[in-house]
Every structure is written in C-alpha cells, then in structure tokens.
Ligand binder design. Structure first.
Ligand code: PLP
Length: 402
C-alpha cells in the first residue's frame, strides 16, 4: 500500500463517523460501469453506488448539464421560479405512473419517504402506517419507523413512531388483517432491495392496492432503488400493473447528484398547506439540470429495455452457475437488480472479487446484490460471472476443508 493511500485511509478512518462497512480501495475516477482506483487500476462496478449510477459514472450528457448549470446558477430556493426546475417537473410528470402529477423535491431517499408519510397522514387524517418485514426506507426517524431491520431500529426505539406496524412481505392474509379504516398508508418496495432482493409473490401488490382502496388508505410505492428502469420497466410496480397514490424516487434520478422526489396524485399532495413541508436545497437548479439530463439519457438511450435484456442474460448465467455450486441457495431478481443468496457469509467472495477487479454489494450477510449501471457492457457481465465462478469454487473447497 502506498504512503498516499495509507494517509487517505487513516484520515477517513479517524475522522469519518464509523457507520459504513468499508472496502480497502480508494476510488478516484469513473466512466460508465468502470471505476478506477488511486493507482489507475480498473474495477467493474456492480455496486453502482448502491443503485445510484443507472446512467453510469460521469455520463457525458449529465456532466455537460452540470457544467453548464454550475456556470449559470447553482442555488435557487423553491420560493423563486427557475426554468431548469420547470423543465425537470415536466419530464417527471411524463415518465411517472398515470395520475401522479404533484411533486415535492428533496435531497435523498429518506427525505422522499418522510414527505410521503407526512402527506399520507395529512390527507387521510389517520396515523397508522403498515410496512413490510425486511422493508427498507431509510434511516431518518420517520423513514426508520417504516424500516424493519431491528439492528437499525433498536438503539432508537424510544424515538420511533409507535403507530407503524409490520406485516410479512407477500402474505395477503396478514395484509387483510392489518389494513383497516385506521390505516393512513401502506408503504412497500415493489422489489425489496436492502432486505435481500425479494420479488413479491403473484397477487400481493395487487391485493395491497385493493385493500388500500377499500379502506381509504394511501398506497406508497418506494421506488428509490427499483425505479428509473433498474428492473426492466421504468417503475418496478409496472411489472404487476399496480399504480401507487404516492411514489418515492431518489438514488439514480440526478445521475449521482443528491435528489429525492415524492410524487403523488394531485389531491393528495395538495393536502399539504403552505409551509407544512419544505427544504432549503430541494429543487436546486444544479440537481434539476442533472436530473433532467439523466431522464433524457434513460429514455433516449433505451436503458429500460437494456436493463431487461442484460438482466435476463446475466440472471441466466448466475442461475447456471448456481446449479453447479451447492453454496448458492438462490438467484433472483428482475432486470439489473439481482440477488445471489449464498448458504454462507459472503465476505470472502466480496473481498476476492475486489482483488480481481469487481466491486460487489452486500444485502445482509449472505446475499450478493448486483446493481450495476444499466450502461454496463455484456462482456463486463461475462467477466463478473467468470470471476464469481472462480470465487465460488474457492469457497466450496474452503468449506469442505476440515
Ligand atoms: C427502497 C429504499 N428507500 C429509501 C432508501 C433511503 O435512501 P437514502 O439512503 O438516499 O436516504 C433506500 C436506500 O437504500 C432504499 O433502498
């Protein structure tokens, strides 16, 4: 390890809050699906910034939009009008599910969720929220109240909202029992990401829609990770033909610049009155310009279809690998959101992949999650599959050793 890298690691480790699982690599540059470390070494990026890099790193159109906007105007509070914000809003409405036509702009996924929860409570005049076991919606207090993982919740239990309850993802009878005339909202990821890449069983999302309609509750679809083409449809909920009342978007929306979007049916969002929910940076022209260019890239470069085709190709490869290795318990996903579940902790596989030039992502201790940029090349995915095969072979012989 060079002195420079040692110094960087030392500074970050001694100053940055110790809340992230860290990999011993310093990334300084990126292009498309490739990242470069401080030594100029290449990595195929299957982490994609936890799902942020849908259009790839430093997409030239996004870079151009950011450059141009940064020379014109970076900040402009939403109490003033701005042409880039208007441009983005028009594009958002065009790609959003039918009927969702009022937008609140913020700065992260958790913020998009906070807004959705407040709107739902304001609109219904109720305070119960039904969320899912293994569901993940962020770590601010409202979002954390809807997030299931006890590891994240336990230390803050006394601050969490007591009227939120959890039902097993996919269990219709539990949903029927939990959703009532006291329910303000049901919040759900159309495919669970952080919880391990779980696809809902047939009929589940449709039933949630029906139950919300019957009881006058609001259906919040959290598409922070699944949205914008990731799963081979613009919105993952389209796979099941279900339209939400409120949708949360973030991660990829601004090509890597922070942005959160809460989009709702007009009459629902309009229940929020002047000043009841605002944020200083929300809708700043720099993020809006980046988001506007990102949407153009997704639509004009056919990335939604690309995710479907490449996702089918890669999942097929992983399924075939899975058949040959007993350590693989399951391969699942849609588009380029794929999970490979191992029977064992995947730490060695993640580190082995890093040594061989592939950056993978955890989903719990035993699921490898693939969230590569949708611009990734087929050859990159082939290379990742080859490396994975080598690592699984090593893992099996390691486990077989007495
Ligand atoms: C489905 C979902 N919702 C919300 C969030 C929170 O987003 P952020 O980390 O930007 O607050 C995430 C982040 O992983 C997510 O996957």
């Amino acid at each position: 390890m060079s002195e420079e890298l040692k110094r960087i690691i030392n500074v970050e480790d001694s100053v940055l809050a110790r809340v992230y699982q860290r990999f011993p690599v310093c990334i300084t540059r990126g292009r498309g699906a490739i990242l470069y470390d401080i030594y100029g070494r290449e990595y195929i990026d299957c982490m994609g910034g936890y799902g942020v890099s849908i259009v790839g790193h430093c997409h030239p159109r996004v870079v151009k939009a950011i450059k141009e906007q940064s020379e014109r105007l970076i900040t402009c509070h939403s109490s003033l009008y701005n042409e880039k914000r208007a441009e983005l809003l028009e594009k958002l409405i065009k790609i959003a599910p039918k009927g969702l036509d009022r937008v609140f702009l913020s700065n992260s996924g958790a913020e998009a969720v906070e807004c959705a929860l407040k709107v739902a409570v304001k609109y219904t005049g109720r305070d119960e929220v039904v969320s899912m076991v293994r569901g993940y919606h962020g770590k601010t207090i409202g979002a954390l109240s809807a997030t299931w993982n006890p590891k994240y919740r336990r230390p803050f239990k006394s601050l969490l909202i007591p009227t939120f309850k959890f039902i097993p993802y996919g269990r219709i009878e539990k949903a029927e029992a939990a959703i009532s005339d006291r329910t303000a909202a049901v919040i759900v990821e159309p495919i669970q990401g952080e919880g391990g890449v779980h696809i809902p069983p047939k009929g589940f999302l449709e039933e949630l829609r029906k139950l919300c309609d019957e009881h006058g509750a609001v259906l919040i679809m959290d598409e922070v990770q699944t949205g914008l083409g990731r799963t081979g449809r613009m919105w993952a909920s389209e796979h099941w033909g279900v339209s939400p009342d409120i949708m949360c978007i973030a991660k990829a929306i601004a090509g890597g610049i922070p942005m959160g979007v809460t989009i709702a049916r007009g009459e629902i969002m309009e229940s929020l009155k002047l000043g009841e929910h605002t944020t200083t940076f929300g809708g700043n022209p720099l993020a809006c310009a980046a988001a506007s260019a990102t949407i153009d890239v997704i639509v004009e470069e056919g990335l939604v279809e690309r995710a479907r085709v490449l996702g089918d190709f890669f999942k097929d490869k992983l399924l075939k690998i899975g058949e040959r290795f007993g350590v693989v318990r399951d391969v699942r996903g849609l588009g380029l959101m794929i999970g490979l579940e191992s029977r064992f902790d995947i730490y060695n596989i993640l580190m082995g992949a890093l040594e061989r030039g592939v950056i993978l992502l955890y989903s719990g201790k035993n699921v490898i999650r693939f969230l590569p940029p949708l611009v990734i090349e087929r050859e990159h995915l082939e290379r990742v599959a080859e490396i994975l095969e080598v690592l699984l072979k090593e893992e099996e012989s390691r486990i077989a050793r007495p």
